[in-house]
Write a protein that binds this ligand. Sequence first.
Ligand code: FES
Length: 197
Amino acid sequence: MKKSDKPVDPSRRKILKGVSAGIVGAYSITPKLNAKNLPQDISDSIEGKVKLTLTVNGKKISKGIKPNTTLAEFIREELHLTGTKLVCNQGECGSCTVFMDGNAVYSCHLLALDADGTDVLTIEGLLDKDELHSIQQSFVDEDGLQCGFCTPGQIMSAYALLKNNSNPTDEEIKKECLVIYADAAHIPKYLIPLKMQ
Ligand code: FES
């Protein structure tokens, strides 16, 4: 008997029938579930998204996001606030620091969903209209920008430090604001004004 003459095994035929029914089922169900009049949470979950609500720089924001989105990705890619920088992207350098509910956090190392319901401040939110915040001004005055890439992270770390401790010691400034310069023996000039705020 040739291979093509061989009768199809009934159990295999049954399986194939089942698979195609599953595909057809998926196509016929999807459009209905995507209908606009469905509640938001159902249509979000179909696209693999969940709802995130938080306040960023004083504005309340509600968006559907993929659950694995980090806070840094959300801030940069969804809100287009690119002042928050990604360097190591693994919670080591501090360049992505933002201020969340009273504390400095590494936004690359936090899921955006962990920020649900919180109040987040990014470097863009420090500006008061066109006025630089005093910490930003001290970086300018003391020429502390260097290449500038990690500057937002350092400024946000300094902001968080001063919010929680108005008279930090040299050691506290080094610990909180010099993650990138962990070996620095002295406090750079641009951080000295922090001691006089
Ligand atoms: S980019 Fe987040 S800690 Fe380095």
